[in-house]
Design a protein around this ligand. Structure first.
Ligand code: NAD
Length: 486
């Protein structure tokens, strides 16, 4: 049996590890610090099953064949959960690596799912909307036929190249095939609000990246480990990939936390402005022109990836895997990297960066906001009721009672004691679905960070957040297998 080497032995591979090898190397580095029976260790590491499908769709007068995958890494909890990605580079190695990360991610943020991931080898920009619908429905049909889309077995979500639109088609395809299933809408998450989605899902992963950084900056010891000081306000940030995750993360960090987005890297090059870029304006430019080229008020560099190496306080790779590798790791100057994308730092680069003292907030935590809000959406679909529908007005009525009483008291105390109108209107408003989703996401991101950091600080042999994250999550997956009697 082939086993990738442990930890720093990535050099033994004598090449840049593949994405799956990187995940396995990182897993091995953590399990070497644990006391798991070798059989259980192996059981957790391996990907349980990968289904490959090739199907034809009649397009533009001829049949085109597409290849898709759905990997199921671990079924210690069901359903299994994980996105579906549309990209020409999708392959089995990649979906298996992503499925494994989903297992560890779900365990870390305590969502009750096993890990899965899917992908279709396609460049979605080459097809119009109608063609994409035909392709997506056919892919969904192939997966649903084998319970690889199913509310209690396997629940996909959006990933690179897919979004609400594709999820709505998949949900509808499943519902057409299962006309009496009352829980059909829970078969995928990330749907539009009017098709069973939940408020706050579109931006959830980016919002989660923001909450992760806010939590990191609540701990002065952790900030000091990255050689930084102070708060998020004024920190210089470079973002790679202004898609769903990168755009929302950058926008929220700029609008809510006072960060300066000094660099934005896209497929066609990078924009750089030490005074800070307007994220909304860059996003609008990309939507209109298909890339960053020509954007005014910034320096444009055609060699986008080189901007990863520019000086900044926080680097956010939010595009794709393997972008920080053994070739460029030594030149990365950011003291803090938050992995908004899955697997942006290879195992070899991780080793180089750790030795340099770079602090990395790992993917399995950093981008878990998506699966967290997907979990809320799934629960909403199964309970058939919007969050807050029962409590909101009752909560408002109770607040109204307090406000009236305070107003009565302040009449005797004079104007200086009266409430400000802003406080009054904010306090009187009961929490709707969006407020509850944000609160649940914030809570999840804080608790998961604290569980990692406890291991990071308490164990002398743990020198970084990634290995801490793996230790927490593998321990939870192992406990779940043990409880089942495996
Ligand atoms: P997306 O397709 O919306 O955006 C990806 C962006 O990266 C696009 O703007 C694209 O132009 C850009 N890009 C692609 N190749 C690039 C390159 N070589 N250099 C610079 N930019 C490049 O995808 P997304 O949903 O934002 O996903 C991005 C990453 O986040 C992926 O790794 C994905 O697995 C991960 N992720 C996504 C979610 C989610 O909810 N969407 C959840 C967890 C993790």
């Amino acid at each position: 049996m082939f086993r990738v080497p442990v930890g720093e032995d990535w050099m033994a591979l004598q090449k840049e590890p593949s994405f799956r090898e990187s995940v396995d190397l990182m897993f091995n580095r953590a399990v070497a610090m644990m006391d798991l029976p070798p059989g259980l260790e192996e059981k957790i590491r391996v990907c349980n099953a990968t289904y490959t499908v090739r199907f034809g769709v009649r397009l533009r007068g001829q049949i085109q064949t597409f290849t898709g995958y759905r990997a199921v890494h671990s079924e210690h909890m069901e359903p299994v959960k994980g996105g579906i990605r549309y990209a020409p580079s999708v392959n089995q190695d990649e979906v298996e690596a992503l499925a494994a990360l989903m297992t560890y991610k779900c365990a870390l943020v305590e969502t009750p799912f096993g890990g899965s991931k899917g992908g279709l080898c396609i460049d979605p920009r080459q097809y119009d909307e109608h063609e994409l619908e035909l392709i997506t429905r056919r892919f969904a049909y192939e997966l649903a036929k084998r319970d690889l889309i199913h509310p209690s077995q396997n629940v996909p979500a959006p990933d690179m190249g897919t979004g609400e639109r594709e999820m709505a088609w998949m949900a509808d395809q499943y519902a057409r095939m299962n006309t009496t299933d009352i829980n059909a809408r829970a078969c995928v998450t990330g749907k539009p609000l009017n098709a069973g989605g939940i408020s706050g899902r579109v931006e959830a992963t980016g919002r989660g990246v923001e909450y992760a950084l806010q939590e990191f900056f609540r701990h002065p010891e952790d900030i000091a480990k990255a050689g930084l000081a102070g708060t998020l306000d004024g920190k210089r940030v470079i973002v790679q990939g202004l898609g769903n995750v990168g755009y929302h993360a950058a926008k929220f960090l700029q609008e809510d936390d006072g960060c300066l987005i000094t660099g934005i890297i896209e497929r066609d090059g990078a924009l750089f402005n030490p005074e800070g870029l307007n994220v909304g304006a860059v996003h609008d430019w990309i939507v209109k022109h298909g890339g960053v080229t020509g954007f005014p008020d910034a320096n444009h560099s055609a060699e986008g990836a080189a901007v990863l190496e520019e000086e900044c306080d926080i680097l956010i790779p939010a595009a794709l895997e393997g972008v920080i590798n053994t070739e460029n790791a030594a030149r990365i100057r950011a003291p803090l990297i938050i992995e908004a994308a899955n697997g942006p730092v290879t195992a070899g680069a991780d080793d180089i960066l750790r030795k340099k003292g770079t602090v990395i907030i790992p993917d399995m935590y950093a981008n878990a906001g998506g699966v967290t809000v997907s979990y809320f959406e799934w629960v909403k679909n199964l309970s058939h009721i919007r969050f807050g529908r029962m409590q909101r007005r009752q909560e408002e009525a109770r607040h109204e009672l307090i406000v009236r009483e305070l107003e009565r008291l302040s009449e005797h105390l004079g104007d200086a004691w009266s409430m400000t109108p802003d406080f009054k209107s904010k306090y009187l408003r009961g929490a709707g679905e969006l407020e509850l989703v944000r609160s649940g996401l914030d809570d999840t991101m804080r608790i998961a960070y604290q569980s990692m950091r406890e291991v990071w600080h308490d164990r002398e042999d743990v020198g970084d957040l990634r290995v801490a994250a793996y230790l927490v999550s593998i321990d939870r997956v192992a406990a779940s297998y043990r409880a089942k009697g495996l």
